[in-house]
Write a protein that binds this ligand. Sequence first.
Ligand code: AGP
Length: 615
Amino acid sequence: MCGIIGYIGDKKASEVLINGLSHLEYRGYDSSGVALSYKGEVEIYKAQGKLINLIEILKTKEDICSKSHLGIGHIRWATHGLPTTLNAHPHTCNCKSLTLVHNGIIENYQELKEELKSKGCTFVSQTDTEVAAHLIAQEYGKTKDLLCAMQNAVKKIKGAFAFCAIHKNEPDKIVVAKRNAPLVIGLGDGENFIASDIPAIIEYTKKAIYLSDYQVGVVTKNDVKIYDKDDKLIQNKVENLPFEAIAISKMGYKHFMLKEINEQSDVVRNVLSSKLVSSSENVVLNEFKLSKEKIKKITRVQIIACGTSLHAGLVGKYIIEQLAKIPVDVEASSEYIYRDTIADENTLVIGISQSGETADTITAIKQAKEKGSHIVIITNRADSTMARLADSLLPVNAGIEVSVAATKSYMAQLMSLYLLSFYLSEQKEIKEYSSIIKNLKQELIELPNKIELITQNPQNIQKIAKKYSSYKDFIFIARGINYPSALEGALKLKEISYINATGYCAGELKHGPIAMLDENMPVLAVLNTGIVYDKVLSNCEEARARQAKLIGVTNHIAEKDKGLFDDLIIIPQISDMASPALNIVVLQMLAYYIAEYLGKDVDQPRNLAKSVTVE
Ligand code: AGP
C-alpha cells in the first residue's frame, strides 16, 4: 500500500505533488519520488526514507520545479524489493519515454518479467511495478496511444493496482487505471488532480470522481474521460468530498495521535447523535437494512477485521452475545479467508475497518457475500471499497484519522457496536435486557464528559509513562469484556514504542506467561468492578508474588488492595460493560507518552502503514 498522486494544471506541479504526498504518508514512508514533465521532457527525482529527503532534493531543482505543471508522485511502503532509492517510484521503460507510479501488487509480475526480458527489456529494480512500466511501453510501441497502451496492458496484469502514467509523446495528459486499489480524480477549474486518497487533494477541490475497478481514465487540464473494462466511454458520478482541509491539521498538538486521542469525546457525541436520543428511547439505526423478521432469523454473527478493528470486534462479541443473544465469532480477516467458512443467509457478517481498504478484510467480506450473508460494514470511510460492498453501511464518522496508530476510530467502532447490539436486542424484543440497555445507554450519553476527565488530566499517566519507558517488555492483562482492552493496549504500546508488549486474558497468565515474570517485566492490569474484578485481583497477586511491577487501571480499588500496586490509574465510575471505552483512553495515552519520552516517531512508526491494501 503506497500513495500515488498526479497533477495537471497551471500550478507548480512539484508543490502540489509534495503537498499531496505529505498527506499520503500514512500509506507508507519507505521512499518517495516524483516525475516532473515540461515540454515533453520528464525528470525523475527519488529519495530513500521520509518525504523530507525528497523535498531536500527538489530544493536544488528550482528550474524544473518552477516550469513543470504536470507530474506524478509516489510514496512507498515496500512490498517487492528493499526500500531503496532504486526501488522507489516512478519507474520507467528502457527508452525512458513512459513513466509510471503504482499502488498495489502485480501478482503475475514474474511471468510478465520473463516475457518482457525475452523481448529485450532490461530491469533495474526489484519491483513488480517496473514490469508494468515496460509492459505499458511495449503496448505503446504497438498502438502509439497512451490510453490504448494502458487499456491493453491492464488486461494482461493480475493483481491490484492504481496506476498513473505519463508519456513523453503525449505531454498533455495523465492516464490512470484502477483495480482493487483506491483512486480518486479531483476536479478543478483548468486543473485536475489524481490521488490514492482525499486528504492529498482536499485543499484544492471539493469535487471528485471515484474510479471503479477495471476503469481506465485520461486526465487533461480541462477534461476527464473514463472508460469501462470493455473500453467504452462512460460517465462517472461527480461527488462532493466529505472532508475539510482543517481535518488534516495537527491543530497545535505535537502529534496527530495526541490530537486524535483528545478528539474521542467528540467522536462519541458524533456517533451517538440522532441515533441514541435518550436512554428510554429505542435506538434509531436506519442504516441497518435487515427487516425485523430477518433479524429474528439471524442464527450467528461473524465479525471479521484486522488489528485494532479486530479488537473492537472482540468487544462487540461480548455485547452482542449478552444483549442480543446471538452467538458471535470474531476472526482475523486473514484467517477467515482461504478456508471454507460456514456462513449462510441467516449469518450476519460484520466487517470492521477504519480505512475500509484493508485487503484481507475486503477479501473476507467478498467471500461472505457470495454465501448470501447480510454484510454490515462499520467503517470510518463511507467512500471506501468496503463501504461499497455493504448491504448495511454503518459509517462511524470519527473524522479523518492521520496517525498510523488507530485511536479515535476504535472509539467510534465501539460506539457503533454498542448501538448495533442495542438495536438487535430491541428488534428481537428481548425484554429481559431492556433495563440493562437503558442503563448502558445513559452511560454512553455521559461517556464524553468522563473521557474528557481522563484526557484533560494527563499528569499521572505522564508520570507513570516516564517511569516505565525504559522497560523492554510489558504484559497487559484483563478479563471479560476488557480482555480486548488488554490486547489493544499492548498493540498500541508495541506499534509506537517498539516495546515488546503482549496482552493476555488474566486467567491465562498462570498457564505459561507467568514464567516470564520478574522485576523487569511490568504487568498492567485492567480491572473494573464487576463479575471478574476479584479474579483479576487474584491474578495481580500472582504477578506480584513473582516481583513483577504492577500498574492497575481501575474505576475502584479498596484501601486494603492499594498496596498491591506500584502505580494506579483511577478512571471515572463506569459499569464493566461500558468500561472498555474509558480504559482504552488510558492505555492509548500511556502508549503515547511512553513513545514520546523515547523520542519515537509516534505518527509514523517504522514498518507500518495506515492502510494495508496488500494481503
Ligand atoms: C492500528 O493501530 C493499526 N495500525 C492496525 O492494526 C489497523 O488497525 C489494521 O491494519 C486494520 O486497519 P483497518 O481498520 O483500516 O482495516
